[in-house]
Design a protein around this ligand. Structure first.
Ligand code: NAD
Length: 478
């Protein structure tokens, strides 16, 4: 067994804290490949992590902003210098292709550096002799998912720390290795003891110990809507700030005047990149009747050409699903959709192949979807696209708005007014015209409407407001 990170346990109050419960991590592309064992934190470890963060709060919040920022810049530089190593770890534990993993690392680095540059100059404002200070909240509990194991952590951790908060990170149990890698960098940079803490293990068992409403000042959550809502309930009677980035069931529209080749390649990028496990990826493709046949013919060929395999193999275009529940969810989804009248245009099954012993699922296209099918409005979060057909713009908008989510959207059209009509009427916070749905820029908020998001976004220029509270100082000469 090779060990991909030196350490294998939670990191609390400046020390690696081992426990008796061991969890073995296997490569999702090859279940015979045992990657590493890690220790799962106990409830008492989780409590200690929160208390350590509380105790370190005074020293870190009073460290000069420029000193904090310069330390964090060094951390981002260290991450950049180990870009290839961290990308390989992401592929090994998550399954995404090495190209996708490197893309994630690069995006995380630009996002972290953007936050540091922005916050360097924006934690204090002057208005005449009055001062507006953006002061840290205290202890930030950061809970993150497995699908973007590096960027979802950096997106929260860098602004939280730069603003002067101390942190407890609870990453997904499926992304412990990437988090350990990040914490080895933090450990090498010798931040004040207790200012950064890592708690490894499943959220449901650690939840009560972590969500200590007396000691935590903000919970910043990214993950499914169901988990996000359960955390919100837990803290609803307290003064703890809550911000959440949650699920999505996003749509891409191909209208009658679209460039079909462009729309098809955006559909592949939006639907099957990271094996569809991308919150801003698409699960709904809405095609105008007049271009439906042409679009589907080209798309089906492209989908069938997607090379599925081990993400470390350069030829692979789509890796496995990250874990067994994900694989079971896809099998179940296709079965339910077929029962409700969906037609499988291509794919629809698990890929069994001795050389591909892992959680592989075929890139899948389902057609014949309608508004009244219960599955039409679900978040799929895998390599399955539901295709809808219409020639009515209002019907297309209804399909796009189906369900409880409101995250991302794209329309392919050459008409500005058609694009504007869609954008004005879809309930999505991140909209695109003639671009794939996951596209984003780091200065912009990455957030969701309806049950896709809650509270002030922790990203873009909003991160400061998510992780600070204002203090106004009026002053006059004595
Ligand atoms: P999840 O909700 O199962 O888990 C997310 C995190 O919450 C994990 O760390 C998990 O251990 C923890 N958790 C689980 N139960 C908990 C509880 N009771 N109390 C406290 N923490 C708990 O989600 P996932 O499967 O890891 O990630 C996939 C989901 O994340 C998808 O729904 C996807 O859309 C969403 N996502 C959203 C964004 C966004 O920015 N909107 C980004 C990435 C992923």
């Amino acid at each position: 067994m090779k060990r991909v990170v030196k350490n294998f346990s939670s990191y609390i109050n400046g020390a690696w804290v081992q426990s008796e419960e061991i969890h073995s991590i296997y490569n999702p592309a090859n279940l015979k490949e045992h990657i590493q064992d890690i220790c799962l934190a106990t409830s008492s470890d989780a409590k200690n992590a929160v208390l350590a963060a509380r105790n370190a709060s005074e020293i870190w919040s009073n460290t000069e902003t420029l000193k904090r920022i310069s330390k964090l810049h060094q951390i981002m530089n260290d991450l950049e210098n180990q870009r290839n190593e961290v990308a390989e770890i992401i592929t090994l534990e998550n399954g995404k292709t090495i190209l996708e993993a490197k893309g994630e690392v690069d995006a995380a680095i630009s996002e972290g550096n953007y936050q540091l540059e922005y916050l360097k100059n924006n934690l204090i404002e002057f208005e005449g002799s009055n001062k507006l200070l953006y002061r840290p909240l205290g202890v930030a509990l950061l809970i993150t998912p497995w699908n973007f194991p590096l960027s979802t952590v950096i997106r929260k951790m860098i602004p939280a720390l730069a603003c002067g908060n101390t942190i407890v990170l609870k990453p997904s149990e499926y992304s412990s290795l990437t988090s350990l890698f990040i914490f080895e960098i933090l450990d090498n940079n010798e931040l004040p003891k207790g200012s950064v803490n890592l708690v490894l293990g499943p959220g449901n068992t650690l939840s009560d110990a972590l969500i200590n409403t007396d000691e935590v000042d903000i919970v910043s959550f990214t993950g499914s809507t169901a988990t996000g809502e359960s955390i919100q309930k837990k803290i609803s009677h307290s003064n703890v700030r809550y911000q959440a980035e949650m699920g999505g069931a996003n749509a891409l529209v191909v209208w009658d005047d679209a460039n079909i080749e462009m729309a098809v390649s955006a559909t592949i990028a939006s639907g099957y990149a990271c094996a569809g496990q991308w919150c801003t990826g698409i699960s709904k493709l809405i095609i105008h009747e007049s271009v439906y046949k042409n679009c589907i013919d080209i798309l089906k060929k492209s989908v069938e050409n997607i090379q599925v395999g081990n993400g470390l193999d350069q030829k692979t275009a789509m890796g496995p699903l990250c874990n067994k529940p994900q694989l079971n969810k896809m099998i179940d989804f296709v079965n339910r959709a077929a029962d409700q009248g969906a037609e499988i245009l291509t794919g629809g099954s698990q890929l069994f192949d001795k050389s591909k012993n892992g959680y592989f699922f075929q890139p899948t296209l389902l057609s014949n979807m309608s508004l009244d099918m219960e599955v039409s409005s679900e978040e799929i979060f895998g390599p399955i696209i539901n295709v809808f057909k219409t020639n009515d713009i209002n019907q297309a908008i209804k399909y796009a708005n189906l369900g409880k989510y409101g995250l991302s959207f794209s329309v392919y059209t050459s008409s500005e007014s058609t694009a504007d009509h869609f954008i004005s009427n879809v309930n999505a916070s991140i909209c695109h015209v003639n671009m794939p749905t996951p596209y984003r820029e780091v200065s912009m908020p990455f957030t969701g409407w309806k049950l896709s998001g809650k509270g002030i976004p922790e990203s873009g220029r909003f991160a400061r407001d998510a992780f600070t509270k204002p203090k106004v100082v009026y002053r006059t000469a004595n």
